[in-house]
Design a binder for this molecule. Structure first.
Ligand code: FES
Length: 576
């Protein structure tokens, strides 16, 4: 009997002949002959969702990938996986990133496919797919739905969702009225696609390209541009070639490739979320990326892409300027250019093909005349964050980067919401706002609550930025002097949970210092009084809280690391 290749994974009935026979009967449903399944079978991981608006439009992209697969002699078979959209997921998509990664990995492993095309886009989908693909390790290519086109309001370019936050703050400060806010709201997300500033979605797409897991230029082609369809067809053709050449993610995502991705992250001033995601993806391959390495690479990579929220332009402009390959060309001297990519060639060939036009210098600066001599993310340490914290200095107020102030503590997002608008809130512009219990275990899921709202009483005085510290994340589209990912988190007994209103905190970004100026004796006393939070009693949230790693370890589940690399141990579950 011909039909399914013997190597394809069979359903287990205890009779492999019967398993092949029944599969042959059922696989006629699409009109293919049994022999057709001997060609490279390409799974297309379809994340289309009407709730996740960043993926609503991916149907035609899937169709274009299919065309490419067929043209190259493969069989394309789409299948659904979890789709995560930032705006419509409660309490936060980060709670479900690992679930999506497990879904992706297990469906790749379980189904009879030789290669896979992953359709990413919205913030957590892209990293979850790369995590799953890294673990499953069959030939894989990532493509995204692409960024939205620019929005516009009264001659001003709008960007989701930096301007969502900017104009909401202006509204809270009484600077714009409800009618204007409504008009702006209608223009903030004007087309299909994911957020079009250099937020987390765009950042992860750039990182995927620099890692070598996406075909060149894929990160920046707007969702609505015909060239995204061409890119999708090319992706479909290429995955068949990768299957034939047996080029798997572990051959592409090497330690050096991750360093290239970190360089790209720093050069474009990308999202702090990428730090967590890159650690998690690398962890799946047994590669450790310590926070200190991010800081070292940031110190030695110039910021050259002038992109919001740290700069002026957006993804549509970035695409015209040449996108990721043009950035990589500028920082070529600091890259490992002999790393393999999904092109089947090395990064060197991608970079050598770039023809940069000087008219786009306002968008991508040169290596010699960068926007800033260092990259976009700094890693802080001190007794308040023994295992590290991150800040985006270029999205912060320069005068606050060295600051000493009185802590004003909020014990949770609920406490924050209850008190922040109180006109009697005891808070001054020089104070430091501290938000506790918003880490991976505490919230749970580490929501993007780190850009704490400025209290209205201070907004009305003209205050637009303050130092804010939390164990939460913030959206890559957000801005301000915001210190994030404090590890260990409060719910894990971290020092951030011991801070009290009135304590003095010292921040010095240049020397990478974050200190709580409270004696060790007093901190020990507070630690003795600390009460661990009550955790979920059932379901996925219980699994999450029991197994999630801290921010500096990538927030993956401890049991998803490769066994040989498993250094972290959690308390074993009771069997009952
Ligand atoms: Fe999906 Fe911003 S909401 S990328």
């Amino acid at each position: 009997m011909t039909s399914q290749k013997d190597s394809k994974k069979l359903t287990s009935y205890g009779d492999s002949g019967f398993s092949k026979f029944i599969r042959q009967a059922f696989n006629r449903h699409l009109g293919f002959e049994p022999e057709d399944y001997d060609k490279p079978v390409i799974g297309i991981c379809n994340t289309k969702s009407e709730i996740n608006r960043c993926h609503t439009h991916v149907g035609p992209i899937v169709d274009a990938v299919k065309k490419g697969v067929l043209m190259a002699g493969g069989i394309p078979l789409e299948f659904p996986t979890i789709s995560l959209g930032e705006i419509n997921t409660s309490p936060t998509t980060m709670l479900y990133r690992n679930l999506a990664a497990m879904d992706t990995e297990e469906m790749i492993r379980a189904q009879p496919i030789d290669g896979v095309v992953l359709i990413g886009g919205c913030d957590k989908v892209t990293p979850s797919q790369l995590m799953g693909a890294a673990s499953a390790d069959i030939p894989s290519i990532l493509i995204t739905g692409g960024p939205m086109n620019n929005g516009e309001y009264q001659g001003r370019t709008l960007g989701a969702c930096s301007d969502c936050r900017f104009f909401w703050q202006e509204y809270r400060g009484g600077q714009i009225d409800e009618k204007s806010l409504g008009e702006i709201n209608a223009s903030l997300a004007p087309t299909a696609g994911h957020c079009m500033v250099m937020g987390s979605a765009s950042t992860m797409a750039v990182c995927a390209e620099a890692l070598g897991m996406m075909l060149p230029e894929g990160a920046a082609i707007p969702a609505t541009d015909n060239r995204r369809m061409k890119h999708a067809v090319d992706t479909g053709k290429k995955i068949v070639e990768l299957v034939e050449k047996e080029i798997t993610p572990s051959k592409i995502m090497t330690e050096k490739a991750f360093e290239n991705a970190i360089r790209a992250l720093m050069a474009v001033g990308g999202s702090t979320n990428a730090v967590i995601h890159l650690i998690a993806i690398a962890g799946r391959l047994g590669i450790k990326l310590p926070l200190g390495r991010f800081d070292e690479l940031s110190r030695t990579t110039p910021l050259i892409a002038n992109l919001r929220p740290a700069g002026e332009y957006q993804m549509e402009d970035f695409f015209k300027a040449g996108g990721t390959p043009a950035v990589l060309k500028e920082v070529k001297s600091s890259l490992h250019i002999d790393e393999l990519t999904v092109t089947g060639n090395t990064l060197r060939e991608t970079i050598d093909a770039v023809e940069f036009s000087e008219v786009y210098r306002p968008i991508i600066s040169s290596f010699d005349q960068p926007l800033h001599k260092e990259g976009g993310i700094a890693v802080l340490k001190g007794n308040l964050a023994p295992n590290g914290a991150v800040i985006k200095p270029k999205a912060a107020s320069p005068e606050l980067l060295k600051h000493r102030g009185r802590a004003v503590v909020f014990s949770s997002t609920v406490d924050l919401e209850k008190r922040i608008d109180d006109p009697d809130l005891d808070i001054q512009p020089d104070d430091i706002m501290v938000l506790q219990n918003t880490g991976p275990v505490g919230a749970p899921g580490m929501p993007e609550a780190g850009m704490l709202p400025i209290p209205p009483k201070l907004l009305k005085q003209g205050v637009r930025d303050m130092v804010r510290i939390s164990d939460a994340r913030m959206s890559g589209t957000a801005f301000g002097t915001v210190i994030l990912h404090v590890a260990p988190e409060a719910a894990a007994g971290g020092a951030i949970g011991l801070v009290k209103t009135g304590d003095i905190i010292e921040l010095d970004v240049e020397s990478r210092k974050l200190e709580l100026l409270v004696s060790d004796e007093e901190l020990d006393r507070r630690r003795d009084e600390w009460v661990a939070p009550v955790l979920a009693e059932r379901g996925y949230t219980k699994l999450f809280q029991q197994h999630v790693l801290q921010a500096d370890e990538g927030c993956d589940f401890d049991f998803l690391l490769p066994v040989k690399n498993k250094s972290q141990k959690k308390v074993p579950l009771k069997s009952n």
